[in-house]
Design a protein around this ligand. Structure first.
Ligand code: HEC
Ligand code: HEC
Ligand code: HEC
Ligand code: HEC
Length: 463
């Protein structure tokens, strides 16, 4: 189907012939059906740097991003005129939990109907087998000119692909950049310019418009534009901030998106003579509570949560929960806040009235109580030795409690009980962890608690 416009029907070796070709179509009136013409308008949608981000967590208001909003916004544009592209960095990493998220993200993206997806830095950071498995599992049209197998320098995915819209053939390739030391075992990333030269040479002959998905910094993007005047557009992600609008670079334009896919690029192209120019563009912040949620994506996220529940012990073990794998107990462990009440009654009363005391309930309401990421901030010690596992095995560690801030309490209690029994004073240094504003910021970070200030938050729970 995709190759219904076989390349030998329109042989346009040099760009100057494109004009002649378009005029012929325009004036002969021979092409009644819209699909056989060069489209007058196109919309490029660009996402990137998603790093497994499926939906906003809900920790604060005004959060952006996620598949349900992304799908709704993209589907608003007519399919015949939209081209959906991703600059890469889909995966947060190679841990089983991270791979699971990547799997669902890719599933959602293939349902949305991406036209090309680049391999970014995080993909190149995976080991070759994991990367190959991830690609094989997905139905996404990956491209990369420079992420290769280390052993023989062979490409891991297609180096380019042709996306057709009507008669228009859009050649898409992709690059990233990564130090050899950061590449996953068995993976190598060739220098972007070197890798692009042969690919672009081929695309020149087989496409009318050339897009480079470039998960590289802006100076490398500008080098690509300077070296390859045939390139029409460079869409990237390895930048500090997403673009609001396109920027010109040599004969191409640049547009970048970053920060977990919260902002999506929308670039409207208009045909003019023998080419297309960016008529308007914007970075759309996908506001979780303002954009209608696509039901297919919501169903996918529900399945993701079911799988988290079904695989919770396996995941907890992989997240570093030693007790699951049967390790013996040690001197210092989490004991749970009720063990502190008898000696610190007042502190406990303050705690019970605080938001911390229902942090786990908050997750249950969102059906996220099996999500390792959420649990690490909404329980006592998920992911740490002797911490929360799940409500069945460790109900005493639900919510944020004394030990979430003060550290494991078993040894402290033993010491204090022994001291009380002998009537002696405690002289040795505290076995508890010192609590500083940095302790709070581990959870109250920019992403999850934008308005956190120690001076205003501490008084609410002072004890
Ligand atoms: C890095 C730590 C961290 C992670 C990870 C985290 N949270 Fe939170 N969450 C917080 C903090 C801190 C707050 C309180 C924010 C504030 O009041 O400023 C919060 C608040 C919330 C709230 C609002 C509670 C209320 O009563 O208003 C919800 C809902 C929530 N989180 C759900 C989640 C879910 C679901 C996940 C996983 C997808 C998650 N959180 C992951 C730290 C985290
Ligand atoms: C048997 C009584 C007892 C129990 C149970 C107990 N504490 Fe204490 N705690 C004390 C005493 C007594 C001190 C004061 C010690 C001192 O001044 O040297 C203290 C001091 C502290 C301090 C301040 C000094 C320090 O070591 O940092 C913190 C924080 C603390 N306790 C937290 C906890 C937590 C959390 C728990 C529950 C896990 C807990 N305590 C359980 C008796 C107890
Ligand atoms: C282990 C993670 C974690 C740590 C450490 C932590 N918090 Fe929290 N905090 C949360 C979460 C999660 C919530 C939201 C709970 C909910 O409503 O579900 C929260 C909520 C709060 C709230 C209530 C917010 C509101 O406006 O209602 C205050 C106040 C607060 N935290 C203060 C602090 C302070 C001060 C510290 C450091 C001394 C701290 N927290 C350390 C995770 C943490
Ligand atoms: C959100 C983090 C947090 C939680 C939860 C928390 N504390 Fe604290 N706690 C602090 C901070 C911060 C201080 C002040 C530390 C300082 O000023 O050195 C403190 C001080 C204390 C002190 C007094 C220490 C002293 O030197 O006077 C005790 C005792 C104590 N906490 C016990 C508890 C107990 C018991 C619980 C659970 C019922 C609890 N805390 C829950 C953060 C927390």
């Amino acid at each position: 189907m995709a190759l219904q416009f076989s390349t030998n029907k329109i042989v346009l070796a040099a760009s100057s012939f494109v004009l002649a070709g378009l005029l012929a179509i325009a004036f002969t009136g021979g092409c009644k059906s819209g699909s056989a013409a060069y489209p007058d308008r196109l919309t490029f949608f660009l996402t990137g740097d998603s790093r497994g981000y499926l939906e906003p967590c809900g920790c604060r208001r005004d959060q952006a991003g996620g598949l349900p909003g992304r799908a709704t916004l993209m589907r608003a544009a007519p399919a015949a005129n939209r081209v959906i592209l991703d600059a890469g960095n889909l995966t947060p990493g190679g841990r089983p939990y991270e791979q699971m998220k990547t799997h669902y993200l890719m599933d959602g993206m293939s349902k949305i109907g991406y036209d090309a997806v680049n391999l970014g830095k995080t993909e190149a950071g995976l080991d070759l087998n994991t990367l190959r498995q991830m690609i094989a599992q997905s139905h996404l049209p990956f491209v990369s000119a420079n992420v290769v197998a280390k052993r023989d320098g062979a490409p891991i995915v297609e180096t380019s692909r042709i996306v057709t819209r009507g008669r228009l053939r859009i050649g898409v390739t992709g690059v990233t950049a990564l130090d050899p030391i950061d590449c996953g075992p068995g993976v190598d990333v060739k220098p972007p310019l070197e890798a692009l030269s042969s690919v672009i040479n081929t695309l020149k002959g087989s496409s009318d418009y050339i897009v480079v998905l470039a998960f590289v910094d802006e100076s490398t993007q500008r080098q690509i534009a300077a070296h390859f005047p045939e390139v029409n557009c460079i869409l990237g992600g390895d930048v500090p901030q997403s673009s609001n609008t396109t920027q010109d670079a040599n004969r191409a334009f640049l547009f970048n998106v970053t920060d977990r896919g919260k902002i999506m690029g929308e670039i409207d192209l208009k045909r003019k003579g023998n080419g297309y120019y960016a008529e308007s563009s914007r970075g759309i912040k996908i506001m979780g509570d303002q954009v209608a949620k696509d039901t297919a994506m919501l169903a996918l996220i529900a399945r993701y949560k079911d799988e988290l529940r079904d695989r919770r012990y396996e995941l907890a073990s992989a997240e570093g929960m030693e007790r699951i794998s049967g390790a013996a107990s040690t001197a210092d462990e989490f004991v749970g806040g009720t063990a502190c009440i008898s000696c610190h009654h007042d502190a406990h009363k303050v705690y019970e009235a605080s938001g911390h005391a229902h942090a786990y309930t908050t997750l249950v309401k969102k059906n996220s109580q099996y999500d390792p990421e959420c649990l690490s901030c909404h329980t006592v010690g998920y992911g740490l030795y002797s911490g929360f596992v799940d409500a069945q095995r460790t109900p005493q560690f639900e919510n944020i409690q004394c030990e979430s801030c003060h550290g494991r309490g078993k040894e402290h209690i033993n010491t204090m009980q022994a001291a009380a029994a002998t009537g002696s004073k405690v002289h040795k240094p505290s076995t508890l962890r010192p609590v500083t504003p940095a302790t709070c910021i581990r959870c109250h970070d920019q992403e999850n608690s934008e308005n956190f200030h120690y001076a205003t938050f501490w008084p609410k729970i002072a004890h």
